[in-house]
Design a protein around this ligand. Sequence first.
Ligand code: ACO
Length: 359
Amino acid sequence: MTNGLEDVIAAETQLSDVDGEAGRLIIRGVSLDHLVADGTYEGVAALLLDGLMEKSFDEAELRALMAQARTRIFHHVDAALLTLPPFDAMRALLARLPDGEDLDTALSLLAAPAVFLPAVLRLQRGEKPIAPDASLAQSADILRMLTGKLPTREQTAALDTYLVTISDHGLNASTFASRVIASTQAGLTSSVLAALSALKGPLHGGAPGPVLDMLDAIGTAENAYSWLGEALDRGERLMGFGHRIYRVRDPRADALKGALKPLISTGQVNSARGTLAEAVEASALAILKARKPNRPLDVNVEFYTALLLEALGFPREAFTGVFAIGRTVGWLAHAREQALDGRLIRPRSVYIGPLPAAA
Ligand code: ACO
């Protein structure tokens, strides 16, 4: 047994499969590269939730239901939480939502991070939150609520690609947390809240902000190799590299790199950032190969997440919150799958402490 439970099978799922050796992600029978080609968040949400709620819906119906839910949720925005970092403010707002197992609860939870995060970010920079526009799809509305402007086609497509790409990913730490809570029948809000808390850590969803800090510190492509070597000498980990399951390149990294290209080619993003990132990626892969020859370490989803979300105008302290917007549907689908199975998750531990002294 290991502390990290690797290779332990803790659930059966029809939702997603991560093949770490082949670098392949399947979501409900569809491979990621197919899903991201023109895919929308509503489309992947309809796919993931299919058959798990009390009634069925297609992508168009779900789009309308999610838009109505965003409008309902906007009234829960509360400026009193402004002293908290954005992720913690979002978590606190979400914690106030009622619990339940029904579709209305699921829709509120899909809407909540999408509405709370832009509102909190605006309030923290002294601007008024912008109410949702129910005529828009979720990605376009998130960007509009953040910036006050209708996003371009390329920006909307890039955010959709991001949200689809990270919608579900096997039994990662936050999804496992969601399933554990669901197995106690506590309700969907409790499941999502637990998952959100698990996502926060830098070993899970908290890495993309530090990726940008690393790029800023490196500064130029020429500096990359020596900077990365010194970081490893100090015993640091290179943010955006390595994964518990993938032993090859994380397929999500390529999906996100692809989503950045139209923004660069249309001049909506400074191409210098992309050039620096590619140089850092190449240097990091070379140095990790030399320093850790027995551990295949490649780029993970967080590396290009950082560049994409920066390009879309999100501040780095909000990146983990945007991850939560996309992953909420995966947490919900897993929570429902677990709840329908009805079995309480209750593993055992091995006691290695002292025994009571004999009387
Ligand atoms: N930089 C340098 N060395 C690394 C890195 C890294 N990014 N990742 C793993 N290693 C090394 C470890 O130091 C260790 O070396 P050692 O055997 O010589 O001591 C070896 O690889 C194995 O490390 P573990 O911690 O056992 O690997 P684990 O499966 O737990 O790691 C993790 C997965 C946590 C993601 C790790 O690769 C990491 O810390 N990466 C940086 C943070 C990051 O990018 N997080 C986002 C992950 S993606 C996501 O969750 C959405």
